[in-house]
Design a protein around this ligand. Structure first.
Ligand SMILES: Nc1nc2c(ncn2[C@@H]2O[C@H](COP(=O)(O)OP(=O)(O)OP(=O)(O)O)[C@@H](O)[C@H]2O)c(=O)[nH]1
Ligand SMILES: [Mg+2]
Length: 370
C-alpha cells in the first residue's frame, strides 16, 4: 500500500491530485488542518492510500462483493470527512468569535459561558450583540440583557395535540433509540391517565420484528387500548375509529440514515392526517452537528415541536438551544431519565435557561465582580 499526503486549499484539489498520481482507486485516509509550519503549502493536509481492495482487484478479477465493500468504505470515508470538516469549521468560527472584541470582563465571561455550553458560535455572537443593544437602550446590566435576549428567543409549548372536534392525535418520530416509546408512555400517563382523559396507543413500528411489542406490553400494564398499524390506510381507519377518544398517541420506528425511503413513506401517511401533530424526539447528548443532520433527515415528517431526552446524560445543552433557534420550532417536553412517568416535564423558558447553565454562569460572573 502506498500512502501520500497532499497540502491543498480544499479537499477537491487533493482528490484530483491523488487520482492522477495514485490512480482512480486511491482511498482517502484522513483530512486535517495543515500544521502551522506547513500552512503556506495549503490549508488542509489530506492523506491518501492506494486501497488494498484495489490491489486485490488488480490481480484476479474482483467480485461484486469487493466492489460493494469498496463503495461502502468510500461512503463511510466521505461521512467521516464531512464530520471532520464541520468540526474544523466550528472550531474556526469559535476562534474567530474569541478573537473578536470583548469589551469587558462580564462580557468575556458571558461569552465563554455560552461557548462552553456549546451554543453555536454565530448564535452566541448574535445573542451577545443583541444583548448589548438591549442593555444600552433599557439600561440593564449586560448579564440581565443576555438572559432576557435568550428568553425572548426561546420557544416552548408544553401542550400536545390540536384541540378540535375529535381526539388529539400526536405522533412521536425520531432516530432509533432516541426515546420515542419511553416518552410516549410517559405522555400517556401524564397527559392522559393523570388528567382522566381516554387514551389509545397506536404503533406504526412494524419495521422490526417485535417492534410494536414493547408498546403493547406498556399498554397492557396501563390498561390502555392498543393497536398495531401497518399501512397508511390502516392508520386512517384506526384514527376514524378512535374519534371518540381524548388522546391518541402514535409510536413510530426509529429510522436510520439508510432508511430514507421507508421514512418518507411513513411521513406521507402521517402528514395526510390533518389533525395529527408530530413531535420530533431527539437525544440531547447528541453532538451539535449530528443533531442538525438528524433534524434535517426528519424534515419530511413536518414535526411542529421538539422533545429532548437524556438530559440526565447531556454535558451541555447549547446544541439543543441552537437547533430550537435555527428551526424556529418550540420545545414541548424535556426528559431526564428512564423512570416512567416521572422523568418528563413540560419545557419552559426558565428551565431552558437553566439547562444552558446561563444562570450559574451569571451568578458566577456577579459573584466574581463583587
Ligand atoms: N438516561 C435516559 N434514558 C432514556 C431516556 N429516555 C429513554 N431512555 C432509554 O433509552 C432507551 C431507548 O428508549 P426507547 O424509548 O426504546 O427509544 P426508541 O426511540 O423508542 O427506540 P427505537 O424504537 O428502537 O427507535 C431505553 O433504555 C430507555 O429507557 C432519558 O431521558 N434518559
Ligand atoms: Mg421504540
Amino acid at each position: 500500500m502506498r500512502i501520500k499526503s497532499y497540502f491543498v486549499p480544499d479537499v477537491a484539489a487533493a482528490l484530483r491530485l491523488a487520482r492522477q498520481e495514485l490512480g482512480p482507486e486511491a482511498v482517502l485516509l484522513e483530512t486535517r488542518p495543515a500544521p502551522q509550519e506547513a500552512a503556506h503549502l495549503g490549508r488542509y493536509e489530506v492523506i491518501f492510500a492506494t486501497s488494498p481492495s484495489a490491489l486485490e482487484r488488480s490481480q484476479p478479477a474482483g467480485s461484486a462483493e469487493d466492489g460493494d465493500r469498496a463503495l461502502e468504505s468510500l461512503i463511510r470515508e466521505v461521512g467521516r470527512l464531512r464530520r471532520e470538516l464541520e468540526r474544523v469549521r466550528a472550531s474556526m468560527a469559535r476562534a474567530n468569535l474569541l478573537a473578536g472584541p470583548v469589551t469587558g470582563a462580564d462580557e468575556g465571561r458571558l461569552l465563554a459561558g455560552l461557548l462552553e455550553a456549546e451554543l453555536e458560535p454565530d448564535l452566541a455572537r448574535e445573542v451577545l450583540e443583541a444583548a448589548r443593544a438591549r442593555s444600552s437602550s433599557l439600561g440593564l446590566e449586560l448579564q440581565q440583557a443576555v438572559e432576557d435576549e435568550l428568553a425572548s428567543r426561546c420557544a416552548t409549548d408544553g401542550r400536545i395535540g390540536r384541540r378540535g372536534q375529535g381526539a388529539r392525535v400526536v405522533a412521536l418520530v425520531g432516530p432509533s433509540g432516541s426515546g420515542k416509546t419511553t416518552t410516549l408512555v410517559k405522555l400517556a400517563v401524564r397527559e392522559g391517565i393523570a388528567q382522566r382523559q381516554s387514551v389509545e396507543l397506536l404503533s406504526l413500528d412494524n419495521y422490526r420484528v417485535g417492534g410494536a411489542e414493547q408498546l403493547r406490553q406498556f399498554a397492557a400494564i396501563l390498561g390502555l387500548p392498543f393497536r398495531a398499524v401497518t399501512s397508511g390506510h390502516g392508520l386512517e381507519q384506526a384514527l376514524r375509529e378512535s374519534v371518540r377518544k381524548d388522546l391518541v398517541l402514535i409510536d413510530t420506528p426509529g429510522f436510520n440514515a439508510a432508511e430514507q425511503e421507508e421514512a418518507a413513506e411513513m411521513a406521507r401517511w402521517l402528514c395526510s392526517q390533518p389533525e395529527l401533530e408530530c413531535h420530533l424526539v431527539l437525544t440531547s447528548s447528541t453532538r451539535p452537528a449530528d443533531l442538525w443532520r438528524v433534524a434535517e433527515r426528519f424534515e419530511p415528517f413536518r414535526a411542529s415541536k421538539l422533545i429532548f431526552t437524556r438530559l440526565d446524560e447531556a454535558g451541555s445543552c447549547g446544541a439543543l438551544w441552537s437547533l430550537m433557534m435555527r428551526l424556529a420550532k418550540p420545545v414541548s417536553f424535556l426528559c431526564g431519565g428512564q423512570r416512567i412517568p416521572e422523568d418528563i416535564e413540560a419545557a419552559t423558558a426558565v428551565r431552558m435557561l437553566e439547562l444552558l447553565g446561563l444562570k450559574g454562569c451569571l451568578h458566577r460572573a456577579v459573584g466574581a465582580a463583587a
